[in-house]
Structures are given as C-alpha cells and as structure tokens.
Design a protein around this ligand. Structure first.
Ligand code: C2E
Ligand code: MG
Ligand code: MG
Length: 715
C-alpha cells in the first residue's frame, strides 16, 4: 500500500510542539529554581542571624556568611565543622551546650533551643540564642539539623535565665523563700507556691513578714536555736522544725538556709528551702514510742523507766531530793489469765494501768515491766507521802472490775526502796524494791513492805530455792505439822495442817520461806495434792483415838481451788471413807476474790461433798457482804494482825467485835488466829468468838506429838 507524506509531517509537527513545550517547562523550572536559590541566598545574607544546616549523617556543616562572621569561622567548604564552632562558645557554657545538643539528637524531639555566651573575634563576650529544627528519618534517626543563631543582649539572656529560674523554683515541690537580710526584721521578699501550699498562707500573706510566723508560738524549739546560730555566724544552716499551718495544724519541715552575698561579700539575702517531712517524723516518732512504751498498756516500758530513773537520780544528787521506787506485782494474776483467758488478762492489765496513772502526779512515772509487774517512780517523797500513794493505789485497784462478764477484785503486793537510804543507783534501787515486793508476797500478799537490809539474804535463797523445792518434793522432805483450834471452854475442835520443810542444811522451815516460790515455780499444785492426801488420812487416826468431833483443816492455794481440788477431795473422801464434816478447807480472803463466779461454782461443788469452808486471814481482803452470802462457808477466821491488838488497840478491838457481829448476822462461826496472850483469849471469849487458835493454846507440831498433847489434856 502506497504511503502518504501528510500524516508523517503532522506527526513530526506534533512531536516538535511537544518537545518545545517540555523545553519551555524545563526552562521555567530552572528559572524558578534559580530565583528560589537567589532569594534564599539573599534572605540568608539580608538577615543578621547566622544560619546553618548540619548534615548529621555525613557530618557536614553548611553555614551562612553571617554565622561565619559571628563566630569567626572560615567560609563554607573549608572543612571547619561543629567542633570549631563549639570552640568559640564560652568555656563555662560549652559543656552544657554540647550535652544539650547530644541529648536533643538522641531524643525524638524535632526542635531544640539553647542560649549561651560566645567569644567575639574582638575578644568581647556576646550572648546567643540558637534555635534548631531536627529532621529525622522514619525510624527517628536524625538526618539534618537546620537552625539559626541570633545575637541577644546580655539583659535579655539574664531575663530569660531569671524567668527560667523562677519557673524552676515555682515548679519545685520544696518551699522556697528569700528574705531580705538588710531590711529591719528580715522580711520575706519572695515565696514560692509550694511554701504557700505547705503553710496555708498565700504568697501575699507571707511577703513582707518575718517568717517566724510559720512557727507560731513555738519559739524555743531546739531546731530554731541551731538556725539562729547559723544566721549569726553567716553560714549555711540546717534544722528540723515544727511549723504551724495557718489552720492550726502542726507539720514538720526540714529547712536549709544559705546566705546570699553581694560583690562586696555582704550578706544581702538569705534563701531558705524547706520540705514537709511530717510523715517521716510521724513514723520516727511512732517507732520511738514503740521502743519506749509497752504495747498493751501504753505505759513507759522498762527502758524508758530506767532512763527516767537515771535522770531523776542525777537530779536527786544535784538538788538533794529523795526519791522512791515502788515495785508492784498483782496478786494471783496468773490465775485470772489461766481461767478467764488472755483477753481478760489483757483487759485487767490495761485497767490497772489506767487506774495507776490516775493515782499519780505529773512528775511521777509508772511503767510496766512486763507480765503483771508495774514500777512507779515517786520524786521527793516523805514516808507519809509514799504511804498515801500506796493507799491511793490500793484504793484504786480495790474497785471491782468486770472481766468476761464477772466481777473481779485486784490486789497487789508492793515493795519499795528509797534513794539515798537504800541505794543511789538505778539497778540497786530496783532490785531492792523488788526484794521488798517479794517480802510483801511472802507475808501474805496484798500489802506494801519497805526494803530492809535483811532481805538481801532472801534473794540468794530465792534463786536456788525453786530447784531445791523440786528436789525436796522428790526426796519427801515435806512434812505436815498440826496446830489445834479450841472452843472458848478449852475443848479441841480441829487441827490445822501446816506445811513444813525439813531442809537438809537449814533445818525446819515454815511456809513463809518457800510458799511463794512454790507458787511461782508451779509446784504448788503437786505439793498441795500431797498435803491433801496426807492430811485426809488423819481423821481416821483421830477417830481411833476417840476424837470423833475433831475436824482436820487444810489450807489450799488459789491454783488448787481452781484446778484439781474437787477431784482430789472426792478421791480422798472415797478412799479414806471419811464422814462429812471430817474435813474443812481454808481459803484466804484474797484468793476468794479472784475470778469470783468461778470461785463460787468450785466451792459449791466441793461443799456438796459435805466438806466445809473457812475464810482465812479475814479482814485483809475486800470481800463484800453480798458476796460472802453467796459462798458456802461456815467460818470466818479473824486475821492475826487484828487479834494482836486486842486489849491494847481500840481499832483492832472494834474490827474484831464487828467481824464477830457480822459473822453471827450471816449465821457463820468465828475463829481467831494468833492468840498469844491471856488478855487476847479473854477478850475473844467475852465477845463471843467461837474458836481460838494460837501459840498460847498450842503451837504447830507433828501429828503424833499433837495427839499425845490432846490425850494428856483430856486426862
Ligand atoms: P495460816 O493458814 O493463816 O496459818 C496460820 C499461821 O499462823 C501459821 O503459820 C501458824 O504457825 C501461825 N500461827 C499460829 N498461831 C500463832 C501465834 O500465836 N502467833 C504467831 N505469830 N503465829 C501463829 P505458818 O505455819 O508459818 O503458815 C503460814 C501460812 O502458810 C499459813 O497461814 C497458810 O496460809 C500457808 N500454808 C501453810 N500450810 C499450807 C498448805 O499446806 N497449803 C497452803 N496452800 N498454804 C499453807
Ligand atoms: Mg490457815
Ligand atoms: Mg491465817
């Protein structure tokens, strides 16, 4: 097929036009580019700022002429780099700028700015602000840093710095204040918001005032004194202070003050910064309290007491004051604890602690030494004052307390020692008060005894005693003596079994030497059971000798009463085929008062076996009439201490007369113990006392000897 030239020409023409279009566009773009570049160069030249473009990857620095001029750097292309530039920065600012730059690069930020001083080519110092944009790749790695540097005046840098400082101080959680050291009364000229928050005052309320207003009226704190010293000496000071919030709440701060000096080294201001450390102080105080106080009663503990005593002894030496240490142990506490449980025991101790505190003056200290031991320190007391305090304590304890639903009566044995007569050292005084307390226990509890030199021997004995007692039981060294009880007309009515210890070295010992140790070492239950068995066979012997009506009287301890007494008596009555009324049990008045409800219950069970009860040492405890009426008792045994005064002491006579009256109104018999003189015997017989016991009529002696005596008297 022949070809026509026309379409070919047309195609060429179109191609040419297209090419011309492309060339034109290319030319235009070049033109625009040149114009942009020109504009860029002109702008860079026209502005006074230095401009730079750092290729981070290739470590190439492009910079404008202005920048080169500013920092005296060689023109672009000379190979000078960031290092040369840094060289021009003021040595004091250089490291900061370098580190700042590094940190900005390493972070993900795309903008960074910094102010610094630099050395001008003429040697003077100028101030620069440098702002930079950071271009990063998709992974956040920096590619370029493009920025500009502007010269700013020194004032502006200063202002910026100040602004920064103020923002920093405002943002600080420390309370910061500046006071004018030259103005009268050193008013506050600056306070940050944290200080306002901490103190409850507005910044406005703080400005213009001396900041002592923060300590309220507490102007003599130890912290303030050290602070004042620092201010006087013009040096830094540090103190822990108690401040008062505007609303009246106390808080603790740790305050640091530093002097600010002018060019002539004069202190113009003080700057203080404080942190609220209330929580820390509270924790510290709580820990210190825990370390020095008893957890159960919150009374001072042994350590704190010793501190106070040592302090009091120092003062006593300086001012010649007397002081007295009271050692107090509750009677029969263990029994309450065992029978009612620890919760009731704790409650009892807390109540006792409260009552003790109520008996004492501000200057006295009462501490709990552990268990049921309390110690009291009385300062500057005459003997009569001590006795008054002891009375108050006894009075306070005697008030009934309700524990686990029943009423309890607490008594205590108290020993005391006095400085300087009985010792001038804490350890000695405590030990001697303790010895005296032990004597109070040995003399029947529920009493107070002053230390005497003769007690020292007792302590040594006591230490070895518990061990010896254990062996004595094993070796059968105990024996029962019997003391008769007579009717007014001389007829024997009963014989009381009294424990004796045939000590291999010391000879025959009465219970006063060991009964407390027996209780303490837990041996009383075992020995008490032996006493019961041994005494319970005597009615058989008495009947064989024709003394059918004579009862055998057995003393029992608190521990026995609340534990095995019923079972032991049941067994004895059965084994020895005892008629009822052959046995009588003596319980001291103070033992009756422990755990009242359980006591009544136990005694009633024993009484059902036909065994009678007498209340021993009557008059020394605090039993109430209504209580006595509920007990299955036959007899009150008037305590020896009242009998001893008959015929001489009208008080004792009044007491004995009223006990006899009281007993008969309750339908009870009376026995008087410790009858030593004929005057006593006659008085008792005249006043209607049912039975008499005492050295005048018959001493305790072995059973066979007593039987022989009774036989001879009958004849
Ligand atoms: P208690 O039951 O009040 O016994 C009376 C105490 O007074 C006895 O002391 C007796 O020897 C003493 N006594 C009797 N008449 C006179 C007197 O005219 N003048 C003086 N100054 N004292 C007299 P003892 O034998 O030393 O016993 C002391 C305490 O030991 C007893 O007091 C009793 O509470 C306790 N006790 C004795 N044996 C036992 C026992 O087997 N078990 C228990 N739990 N306690 C016992
Ligand atoms: Mg007795
Ligand atoms: Mg007695």
């Amino acid at each position: 097929m022949p070809s026509s030239p026309l379409p070919t020409l047309l195609a060429i023409l179109v191609l040419l036009v297209a090419m011309a279009g492309v060339l034109l566009a290319l030319w235009r773009s070049r033109q625009r580019e040149r114009r942009d570049r020109q504009r860029f160069e002109l702008v860079v030249r026209a502005i006074s700022d230095g401009v730079y473009d750092l290729d981070v990857v290739a470590d190439r620095l492009w910079r404008s002429e202005a920048l080169c001029r500013m920092f005296d750097l060689p023109a672009e292309g000379s190979g000078a780099d960031v290092g040369d530039w840094l060289e021009r920065i003021h040595p004091e600012d250089r490291a900061r700028v370098r580190e700042g730059f590094r940190a900005a690069m390493a972070s993900r930020t795309t903008e960074w700015q910094v102010a610094y001083r630099y050395r001008r080519p003429d040697g003077t110092v100028g101030h620069m602000r440098d702002r930079m944009l950071i271009v990063r790749d998709g992974g956040g790695r920096p590619l370029r840093a493009i920025g500009g540097v502007t010269e700013v005046s020194a004032e502006q840098t200063m202002l910026e710095k100040l602004g920064l400082l103020e923002r920093a101080i405002e943002a600080n959680s420390y309370g910061v204040a500046i006071v004018d050291a030259l103005a009268p009364d050193m008013p506050c000229v600056y306070a940050n918001r944290a200080l306002a928050r901490m103190s409850g005052y507005t910044v406005g309320e703080l400005l213009g005032h001396n900041l002592r207003l923060l300590q309220g009226s507490e102007r003599e704190q130890p912290g303030l004194q050290s602070l004042r010293r620092a201010l006087r000496e013009g040096r830094e000071g540090f103190a822990l202070l108690r401040n008062w919030h505007k609303d009246g709440m106390a808080y603790w701060v740790e305050l640091m003050v530093s002097p600010v000096r002018d060019t002539q080294d004069r202190i113009t201001h003080w700057v203080g910064s404080q942190a609220d450390v209330s929580e820390r102080v509270a924790t510290e105080q709580a820990l210190a309290h825990r370390a020095t106080h008893d957890e159960l009663t919150d009374l001072p503990n042994r350590h704190l007491f010793r501190d106070r005593l040592a302090q009091a002894l120092r003062e006593s030496r300086r001012f010649g004051l007397d002081l007295v240490v009271l050692f107090m142990d509750l009677d029969n506490f263990k029994l309450v604890n065992d029978s009612l449980g620890h919760a009731a025991g704790d409650e009892l101790l807390r109540t006792v602690a409260r009552r003790l505190q109520g008996c004492l003056r501000q200057t006295d200290t009462v501490a709990r030494f552990g268990g049921d031991e309390f110690v009291v320190l009385l300062i500057g007391d005459a003997e009569s004052d001590v006795l008054r305090v002891i009375d108050r304590i006894a009075e306070a304890l005697r008030r009934p307390m309700e524990l686990a639903g029943s009423m309890h009566y607490v008594t205590a044995s108290i020993g005391y020692a006095r400085c300087p007569q009985h010792g001038e050292e804490a350890g000695v005084l405590l030990q001697r008060a303790d010895m005296a307390m032990y004597q109070a226990k040995a003399r029947g509890r529920n009493r107070a005894v002053a230390y005497e030199a003769s007690f020292d021997q007792g302590v040594v004995e006591r230490l070895t005693l518990a061990n010896q007692l254990r062996e004595a039981i094993a070796h059968g060294e105990f024996e029962l003596y019997y003391q008769p009880l007579f009717r007014w007309d001389g007829r024997v009515q009963g014989i009381e079994a009294l424990l004796r210890w045939n000590h291999p070295q010391r000879g025959l010992l009465a219970p006063g030497h060991f009964i407390e140790s027996l209780e303490e070492s837990g041996l009383m239950a075992e020995l008490g059971r032996w006493v019961l068995r041994d005494a319970a066979r005597r009615p058989v012997d008495l009947r064989a000798a024709g003394f059918d009506e004579v009862r055998v009287i057995i003393n029992v301890s608190a521990t026995q009463l609340h534990h095995d007494l019923l079972a032991d008596i049941e067994a004895a009555v059965k084994d020895f085929e005892l008629p009822s009324s052959a046995l009588e049990i003596e319980v001291t008045e103070s033992v009756l008062m422990i755990n009242v409800e359980s006591t009544i219950e136990q005694m009633k069970r024993v009484a059902r076996l036909g065994v009678g009860f007498a209340v021993d040492d009557f008059g020394t405890g605090y039993s109430s009439l209504s209580y006595l009426k509920r007990l299955p008792i036959q007899r009150l045994k008037i305590d020896r201490s009242f009998v001893s005064g008959l015929g001489t002491d009208p008080d004792d006579e009044a007491i004995c007369a009223s006990v006899i009256l009281l007993a008969s109104s309750l339908g009870l018999d009376t026995v008087a113990e410790g009858v030593e003189t004929e005057v006593q015997r006659d008085w008792l017989a005249e006043h209607g006392c049912g039975e008499l016991q005492g050295y005048l009529l018959g001493r305790p002696m072995p059973f066979d000897a007593l039987l022989a005596l009774l036989n001879s008297q009958r004849n």
